[in-house]
Ligand binder design. Structure first.
Ligand code: AMP
Ligand code: MG
Length: 490
């Protein structure tokens, strides 16, 4: 085995912040942990010492049974709007930040155990996580990373050998999550609610230094920070939309400051194109439906802006004017990102004004005929895109659109091969289809069988590659396989 160069660098900067922002807390040991997954490439990027790589010592560490001398566990405090209702004290009820690790590329990452037992923020919960949601988060967050979307990562997953009690008893598990930070819009809401100007100042300066250091040199650093977070989220949500990703529970405590996708609870990838698509069992009114995600992101960012008002200007009306102007930019930024991504999916490298109509007309056709979003773009990306036409029942409308598209891509000075290659780099062959995730969860939970989980984990590392071995994973769910509802990890 090649040795990872040993430059494991650990820090605890969050712990140096005022104590109001966290609670020190130890993990609670579990009875009989067993490995489910270990992310070797990520471990190497973090220069994690080999003694923790899929070893018994690693198992005990990632189960919370031992606390290594380089760990100083703490639960972070945060508030948040859950389905638009403000909850003043949420916090890490089942998560513990172990340490911050500096990666080989110099990036700081949080190492967090999720499901490691109760914390002062558990509010009566058990601090645990069932096995199913751990499998889902591992699979989907790593697939999102491979798809190029900013996201938290999964370093390890272990079963606990204990049951957790929800509607029915389920095996428990612990996920080790890696993120540029776990600071959320809800963290700012919590800080603002403390009514302590110094705390708000210090915390915001910490966030600037950690995530957006370029803002420090701007004439108005705090406005620059707000603008940068808005830009990061506009880009992330546009990326989700271009892939059909539905987060499912976009509460303000589930939206990061870094722009990374976080909290893979009831998330799912849309199949048949429909703006109204909702999978989450708890989202009864469709607040977090596919098509609502950009508007919800802007709503959440407005909550963030409110917390920053005292820093933007001492005069509140002036501060509100600045924040409003920054927030108004969200739509434009989102649209720009979204149109660029959708155009590239169609093989258009330099989108023009008119392309918006071409895109919208296509989406309408997809919706009318209930066509699988990812499968369609995948077929359109083939050298012979005619096969995509077989998906449509309305052949005339399809032919019309196809002719417009061909004329448009024909205007570009690209060979067909070049265009196809551009399209194949953005239109995945494989997405984490809901029924596959569900089947993997059932096999692990019911039979302790990791076969499908491991296959999917492997397949989704290369979502843009055509691999005959994974042909079955590229197909939409059959009527019998289709999963209509997904559930939170709680
Ligand atoms: P989530 O739905 O995972 O975003 O969690 C929302 C809030 O509920 C957070 O404050 C979590 O820490 C808390 N929470 C979720 N599940 C549990 C649990 N099993 N025990 C304690 N707190 C929990
Ligand atoms: Mg959460």
């Amino acid at each position: 085995m090649p040795q990872t160069p040993s430059c494991f660098t650990v820090e605890h900067t969050y712990k140096q912040l005022p104590a109001a922002l966290y609670a020190l807390c130890q993990p609670t040991a579990v009875a009989a942990p067993e490995w489910l997954a270990f992310n070797q490439p990520l471990a190497e990027e973090l220069s994690l010492p080999e003694r923790y790589h899929a070893t018994d010592q690693g198992l005990q560490l990632f189960a919370g049974n031992i606390v290594a001398d380089w760990c100083q566990p703490l639960a972070q405090a945060y508030a948040g709007h859950q389905f638009a209702n403000y909850v003043p004290r949420l916090g890490d009820g089942r998560a513990l930040l172990l340490a911050e690790v500096i990666s080989r590329s110099g990036q700081r990452y949080d190492l967090q155990l999720k499901g490691a037992g109760p914390t002062p923020f558990s509010r009566g919960g058990d601090g645990r996580s069932p096995l199913g949601p751990v499998i889902r988060e591992y699979l989907v967050s790593e697939a999102m990373h491979a798809l190029g979307v900013p996201t938290t990562r999964a370093l390890a997953a272990v079963s606990s050998g204990e049951m957790v009690y929800r509607d029915e008893p389920q095996p428990g598990a612990i996920l080790t999550r890696v993120a540029k930070s776990h600071i959320r819009i809800g963290t700012f809401q919590y800080v603002a609610s403390c009514n302590d100007r110094q705390l708000l100042n210090d915390f915001t300066d910490y966030v600037i230094a950690r995530h957006y250091p370029q803002c420090a040199a701007q004439p108005q650093p705090y406005l620059a920070l707000l603008t940068a977070i808005i830009a990061a989220q506009a880009a992330t949500v546009a990326h989700w939309m271009s892939l059909g990703f539905i987060h499912g529970v976009m509460n303000t405590d589930n939206m990061t400051i870094s722009g990374e996708t976080i909290d893979y609870g009831p998330c799912a990838f849309m199949e048949a194109y429909d703006e109204k698509t909702v999978f989450s069992a708890i989202d009864r009114r469709g607040r977090y439906a596919y098509g609502n995600q950009p508007a919800v992101a802007q709503w959440n960012l407005t909550r963030l802006a409110e917390t920053l008002l005292p820093l933007l200007n001492a005069d509140q009306p002036a501060a509100i004017r600045l924040a409003t102007a920054a927030l108004e930019n969200f739509s434009q930024q989102y649209q720009q990102n979204y149109q660029q991504r959708m155009a590239t999916k169609l093989g258009i490298t330099h989108p023009a004004q008119d392309d918006e109509r071409l895109i919208n007309d296509l989406l309408q056709l997809l919706q009318q005929d209930q066509i699988d979003f990812s499968q369609f773009f995948n077929q359109l990306s083939q050298l012979d895109p005619a096969k995509a036409g077989e998906l449509f029942s309305d052949k005339i409308s399809w032919q019309n659109w196809m002719q417009r598209w061909q004329a448009r891509v024909g205007e570009q000075s690209l060979t067909t091969g070049q265009r196809v290659s551009i399209m194949q780099q953005v239109n995945p062959v494989l997405i984490p289809r809901n029924h596959l995730v569900q089947q993997a969860i059932e096999q692990v939970t019911r039979h302790g069988d990791l076969t499908l989980f491991n296959q999917l984990k492997q397949a989704w590392l290369k979502p843009f590659a055509t691999n005959p071995a994974y042909l079955a994973f590229s197909q939409p769910a059959t009527e019998d396989e289709r999963v209509q509802r997904t559930f939170c990890g709680t």
